[in-house]
Design a protein around this ligand. Structure first.
Ligand SMILES: [Zn+2]
Length: 403
């Protein structure tokens, strides 16, 4: 009888959970007054106070050792990771939207640790407590990726599509705009503004201007949510894009860099600043809990090189035309307006791909420009003019090559 009763209780809980799931507006919120990181003996205890219980999971990833926690419908609100009491006991700590409906917390650990406890107190005030204890590096119980579970993981989009036919002007130009960063990865931050939000705002303006000019435009993200680098490329391939334009506004710690810069892929880029930029972009993916594992190897390397050999000169011309268009609109450009960098997001072998740093978040003047609707309008107009000029010449060359 007791056993039967228990089964019923569990089933009712499950039903209640199901009934609540679609109500996405009823978000649980983090309560910072009941949340903290504390040192316990040699280990750490992370406590998160919630306004109501949520489904969650916790796991570890290696290189660097980090704790990843995924939550269903948990709103961190305006609370910054640095505001969490005891946050300095951890390395890089970040949280944010990972996918629509999901939030993720990632904490860089001070060294190899094991999860010795992960409990959620659902009676009274909801609270999640995670305890981590140091282990020898050889015993770090890391997995190569998140545990697989149909409940948590959405299917990945297909990686390999047939190569896209080069555009020849017969159909509207299909452009993928890629607002950088998002969600758990805010990108550069300065003066209360994040790169992720500013480049999304610009991408929306630019999409409108391009659509008016007759182009077909798709965004890799429509809201402030994390999108892995690999998925951004996959979206472009799946859409049969003629052109991929990634939008950023990074910060440089040293120097007084200002103005826009156009980047194209150069795996051998030696310039220290561009190397740092590229590292930071790839590292953001890593810290968000996404491990890029030999993406390139999945596709035949030789074919990719052949495709790149044809695509790279087209990307270079696009970079030059865009830099010229921005300049002739009288907009501020960096003193080296076209540069090469090893950005993962530019590695599509058969889609001309460019990364545009609209300006530097670290520069007050550049920030003011990004926040100005008038400036964004002029920049969007310059890019539309440049892309149209490039597309015409590129289509003429394609028709010539086909004869
Ligand atoms: Zn960026």
């Amino acid at each position: 009888m007791t056993r039967f009763f228990l089964t019923m209780v569990l089933a009712l809980w499950a039903l209640a959970g199901f009934a609540q799931a679609p109500e996405l507006s009823a978000l649980a919120r983090l309560d910072p007054s009941r949340s903290a990181v504390q040192a316990r003996q040699d280990g750490l205890v992370l406590e998160l106070g919630l306004s109501q219980p949520v489904p969650y999971r916790a796991y570890l990833l290696d290189a660097p050792p980090r704790l990843v926690m995924d939550f269903r419908e948990l709103d961190f609100g305006a609370i910054a990771p640095a505001d969490l009491r005891g946050a300095d006991l951890l390395g890089d700590l970040r949280w944010g939207r990972f996918r629509p409906g999901w939030t993720r917390l990632v904490a860089e650990l001070p060294g190899p640790m094991a999860l010795s406890e992960a409990v959620e107190d659902t009676a009274g005030d909801a609270q999640i407590r995670v305890r981590l204890d140091p282990v020898p590096a050889s015993q770090f119980p890391a997995r190569s990726g998140a545990p697989e579970s149909a409940l948590w993981d959405l299917p990945q989009p297909a990686v390999t599509d047939p190569p896209h036919r080069r555009q020849d002007g017969a159909t509207p130009l299909r452009v993928i705009l890629d607002p950088g960063h998002g969600g758990i990865d805010p990108g550069a931050e300065a003066d209360g503004h994040s790169e992720a939000v500013l480049v999304l705002t610009f991408a929306r303006d630019l999409k409108e201007a391009m659509t008016r000019a007759g182009m077909e435009v798709l965004l890799t993200r429509e809201e402030d949510v994390f999108v892995p680098l690999e998925t951004r490329i996959t979206v472009a391939r799946a859409a049969g894009a003629d052109l991929f334009l990634s939008l950023h506004a990074d910060a440089l710690a040293e120097g007084e860099a200002t103005g826009a810069t156009v980047y194209l892929l150069d795996a051998a880029a030696q310039d220290e600043a561009s190397q740092k930029l590229a590292e930071r972009h790839d590292r953001a993916d890593l810290l968000a809990g996404v491990d890029l594992e030999g993406h390139d190897d999945a596709v035949a390397g030789v074919l990719m090189d052949l495709a790149r050999a044809e695509t790279q000169p087209r990307s270079l011309r696009l970079a030059q035309v865009l830099a010229g268009a921005i300049k002739s609109e009288g907009l501020k450009m960096h003193r080296h307006p076209v540069q090469g960098a090893d950005f993962s997001v530019l590695k599509s072998p058969d889609i001309p791909s460019i990364l545009l740093e609209l300006g530097f978040m670290s520069s007050e003047a550049d920030r003011a420009r990004l926040l100005s609707a008038e400036w964004r309008g002029r920049m969007a107009a310059a890019l539309v003019a440049g892309i149209q000029r490039w597309a015409q010449a590129d289509a003429a060359e394609a028709r010539l090559l086909r004869q």
